[in-house]
Design a protein. Structure first.
Length: 698
C-alpha cells in the first residue's frame, strides 16, 4: 500500500503505522508531515508527498524532529525552583502540587490587580490550538494584561493592511511561472525552502532571479544578480524604481486609473527619488538600480517575494508599503504569476473570537504590554502611565531571555526575586532557568492542532502521532486545568483539544476533509487582484492611506532613516544585522546535537576589509559591542558581509555563548514606524579582537 494511504490512527495496535501532521514552526512553508511510528515510538518524520506545497520535502531542521522529541535533556515532569533566581536549579514536583501553587499565587495577585499578571508567548508553535486558544480564554477571563505580539511581523503586516487591505498577495505556486522574481529581504534557501523550489522551476524555464539583501546569503549566491544595499534603505530603492517606471513610461495606466487610490501624490513623491539619490543612500551602483527598474518595468510577468527582514528597522513599515505598491504601477496583478507576496495569512477564515473568547473580559479593557519592550517593562514600577508593576509572568511558546532585544535588560527583569514566573517548555532554556515553575509541554508529535500558513493557502491538521512523553501535557490542557483550579466554571473551559481544532475554522473549512487528507485548500482566486477587489475600504490598492494620515503619519510611503544610521557614530561605525543561522529557527533547535554540530559555533561575519582595519584574523574570537553591552563570538572573514556591515548569526541560547550572552545583547528596544515592531537590524556596533572566556570550548 502506498505510504500516503497507509494511515492509521494513533490508537492503532499495529506495530508500525503513519500519522498525518503539520510542521508547527515559524516558517512560511507550514509543511504537511508524515510520522512513522513503530511500537509507539516515532522513528521518522518526513514531508507528505500528497501535499503539493510540501512535495515530500522537509528542511534539515524538522526532518530531525524525533531527535528533538526524544532529546535526553527534555523536561518530562513539573519542576519547582530550588536555588536562587536564574541558577537553573529545580526539584521535581507533582502536577497537583505545581498547579495548586500556581493557581494560588495567581489568584492572590489577581485579587490586588489582575493586570499585574502578563502572558508572554509567540510562535514556538504556530498552531491555533496550542498557540492561541485555551491560553487566551484563560487570560481574558482572569483580566490579565494583554500582550502585543509584535516581535516578528507587525510592521510589515500593518503596512500590507494599509496598502493591500491585509496580509494577502499572489499565490506562491505561481512564482514558478514568473519571468522575473525579486527576492527582497529573504534568504529563501534557509527560511522558505518550498518557495525556493518554485523559484528554481522558474529559473529553469528562463526566469531571471534578483536578490535584494544586505547579506550575500546562500540565496543571493544562487540568483542571477544581487543588490547588496545597506540595512534600512529598502524604501529608497523602491521609490527609485518607481521613479524610473514613471519617467520611462513602464506603467499600466488602465490599472492605475481603475484599481488604485492616491496615484497622483505617489507619482509626485516618486519623482523626487532619482536613482542617484537612492544609490547614495543604499550604497549600491546607480546603474544597478536603473537596470533593475528596466527589468521590472519591461518583463511580464514579474513577481516579488518580500520577507520580514525588510521590516526590522525603524522605517520597516514604510519600506514594505513602498514595495507593495510596485505591482500596481506595472499592472503585474493582472497575471497570476505577477504581484507581491509577504504573507498569505489574511486569506484564512480563522474564527478567532470563538477560539479565544475575548468576550470573557466583559467590560474590562486591560492594558497592553508590547513584547518587544519586555526588558524595560519588567523593571518598571507602578505608575499612572504604565499601570501596575508586573508581578507574574507566564511564558509559553517563547524564549524571551534569548530572543527579545536588549537582552541584558531582559535578563535583569527576569532575575527579579519578586517576579513570579511560570514557563511551559520542552527544555531548560535561558528563560526556563529564570522560572519559579517549569511545566513540561508536549511537542507537535504528541498533541492535536490545526494550522494556517503564511506562505501558501492550505489549512493543515495535526494529529498526535505518539502518546505524550513522561508527564508532558499540551498547552491547552495546562491552561484548561489552571482554569479549573482557579474556579473558572464557564463551559468553554471544558473544550478538548480536538474540539478546539474544530472551532478554529467553524463551518468555513470542512473538518472531515482535514481528517481524511490532513489538509484542505482554500478557494483563493489564481489572480486575486487582476480586477482590483483588494480587501481595503476602497477596494483598491491604496498608495495613499487615509488611516495613516488620520493618525498623524505620512499617508504615502517614504524612506524613513534608521534609528542608528551608518556614519552618525564615530564610536560604533559598523551596522549589524542578525539573520538566523541556517540550522536554527529563532532559538529553537539550538540544543539539537546534530544541528548544533552543523552550525559549529556563534559567528560574526565580517568583510575582510573591515577585519583588516581592526587586526582581526579569520576564526579568532572577537568582542562585538555598543552602549547596550558586548557579545563574544568567533569572526568569519567573508564577503557575505558587505563593507561597513557585520552579520551576527542568531539566535544561540545565551548560556551556549562564549561569555553567556548572544547577539541580542546588542539590539535595542526601539520600535518600528508602524506596528510597534522590533528593530533588530537597526543596530550600530564596533568590533575588536577579543579572547575566549576560560569556560569557553574551542
Amino acid at each position: 500500500m502506498p505510504l500516503d494511504t497507509a494511515i492509521l490512527p494513533v490508537a492503532s495496535a499495529a506495530a508500525s503505522h503513519t500519522v498525518r501532521g503539520a510542521c508547527p514552526h515559524d516558517c512560511p512553508d507550514t509543511c504537511a508531515l508524515l510520522t512513522t511510528v513503530e511500537n509507539g515510538v516515532a522513528v521518522r518524520v518526513q514531508g507528505n508527498p500528497g501535499h503539493a506545497h510540501t512535495g515530500g520535502v522537509l528542511c534539515a531542521k524538522v526532518s530531525r524532529y524525533p531527535e528533538r522529541t526524544y532529546h535526553a535533556e527534555r523536561i518530562l515532569h513539573p519542576l519547582k525552583r530550588s536555588g536562587p533566581k536564574g541558577s537553573g536549579k529545580f526539584t521535581p514536583v507533582s502536577w497537583d502540587e505545581a498547579l495548586a501553587d500556581i493557581a494560588a499565587r495567581l489568584t492572590a495577585i489577581a485579587a490586588r490587580n489582575p493586570e499585574a499578571i502578563v502572558p508572554y508567548s509567540y510562535a514556538g508553535t504556530m498552531g491555533l490550538v496550542q498557540g492561541e486558544s485555551m491560553d487566551r480564554r484563560f487570560f481574558h477571563r482572569l483580566g490579565a494584561s494583554l500582550l502585543h505580539r509584535s516581535i516578528c511581523s507587525t510592521a510589515g503586516g500593518e503596512a500590507m493592511g494599509h496598502t493591500l487591505g491585509g496580509k494577502v498577495g499572489m499565490k506562491v505556486e505561481f512564482f514558478a511561472e514568473a519571468k522575473l522574481i525579486l527576492i527582497w529581504g529573504s534568504n529563501s534557501i534557509t527560511s522558505n525552502l518550498h518557495f525556493w523550489r518554485y523559484a528554481q522551476q522558474a529559473k529553469r524555464d528562463g526566469a531571471r532571479l534578483v536578490c535584494i539583501d544586505p547579506r550575500k546569503s546562500e540565496t543571493a549566491e544562487k540568483c542571477h544578480e544581487h543588490l547588496q544595499l545597506l540595512p534600512g534603505t529598502d524604501a529608497a530603492l523602491a521609490l527609485a524604481l518607481m521613479h524610473e517606471l514613471i519617467v520611462h513610461g513602464w506603467l499600466d495606466h488602465g490599472y492605475l486609473a481603475q484599481h488604485t487610490l492616491g496615484w497622483e501624490p505617489l507619482r509626485e513623491r516618486a519623482l523626487t527619488w532619482p536613482p542617484e539619490r537612492a544609490a547614495e543612500i543604499c550604497a549600491v551602483p546607480v546603474e544597478q538600480i536603473r537596470a533593475l527598474a528596466r527589468a521590472y518595468g519591461t518583463t511580464r510577468p514579474a513577481a516579488i517575494r518580500v520577507n520580514y527582514g525588510v521590516q526590522r528597522v525603524h522605517g520597516g513599515g514604510n519600506a514594505v508599503r513602498a514595495i507593495a505598491c510596485l505591482p500596481a504601477l506595472t499592472g503585474a496583478w493582472r497575471h497570476r504569476a505577477g504581484g507581491v507576496l509577504l504573507s498569505s495569512s489574511s486569506h484564512f477564515p480563522v474564527q478567532r473570537d470563538a477560539l479565544q473568547r475575548p468576550d470573557l473580559m466583559g467590560a474590562r479593557r486591560p492594558r497592553t504590554i508590547n513584547m518587544v519592550t519586555i526588558g524595560d517593562d519588567l523593571l518598571a514600577e507602578t505608575s499612572p502611565e504604565f499601570g501596575p508593576k508586573i508581578e507574574a509572568l507566564v511564558v509559553y511558546n517563547s524564549n524571551p531571555v534569548a530572543v527579545a532585544p536588549d537582552s541584558a535588560q531582559v535578563a535583569r527583569g527576569f532575575a527579579r526575586e519578586d517576579l513570579f514566573t511560570v514557563v511551559l517548555e520542552h527544555f531548560q532554556t535561558d528563560t526556563a532557568d529564570c522560572a519559579d515553575y517549569i511545566l513540561p509541554a508536549t511537542t507537535q508529535l504528541e498533541h492535536w492542532d490545526v494550522h494556517l500558513a503564511y506562505g501558501h493557502t492550505d489549512v493543515l491538521l495535526n494529529r498526535p502521532a505518539i502518546a505524550p512523553c513522561g508527564q508532558a501535557r499540551s498547552n491547552a490542557r495546562i491552561f484548561r486545568e489552571l482554569a479549573a483550579r482557579m474556579g473558572f466554571s464557564e463551559p468553554c473551559f471544558a473544550d478538548s483539544d480536538e474540539q478546539l481544532c474544530r472551532q478554529a475554522y467553524g463551518e468555513q473549512v470542512d473538518f472531515t476533509a482535514l481528517l481524511e487528507h490532513g489538509f484542505a485548500t482554500l478557494p483563493v482566486p489564481d489572480a486575486p487582484f487582476a480586477h482590483g477587489n483588494f480587501p481595503t475600504a476602497s477596494g483598491k490598492c491604496e498608495f495613499f492611506s487615509a488611516a495613516l494620515a488620520a493618525a498623524g503619519q505620512d499617508g504615502l510611503p517614504n524612506h524613513v532613516p534608521n534609528h542608528e544610521t551608518v556614519g552618525r557614530s564615530a564610536a560604533y561605525p559598523l551596522a549589524m544585522i542578525s539573520p538566523p543561522a541556517r540550522n536554527f529557527l529563532n532559538s529553537t533547535f539550538v540544543n539539537v546535537a546534530s544541528l548544533q554540530k552543523q552550525e559549529g559555533r556563534p559567528l560574526l561575519e565580517i568583510h575582510p576589509q573591515d577585519a583588516a582595519a581592526r587586526g582581526i584574523a579569520d576564526g579568532t574570537v572577537v568582542r562585538v559591542f555598543n552602549d547596550r553591552g558586548s557579545y563574544v563570538c568567533h569572526a568569519e572573514l567573508s564577503e557575505r558581509a558587505r563593507p561597513g556591515v557585520v552579520n551576527g548569526l542568531g539566535v544561540w541560547w545565551r548560556k551556549l555563548g562564549l561569555a553567556g550572552t548572544n547577539v541580542n545583547q546588542l539590539t535595542s528596544q526601539a520600535l518600528t514606524d508602524m506596528g510597534q515592531g522590533p528593530t533588530f537590524y537597526d543596530c550600530l556596533v564596533e568590533v575588536e579582537p577579543g579572547k575566549a572566556p576560560e569556560f569557553a570550548t574551542e
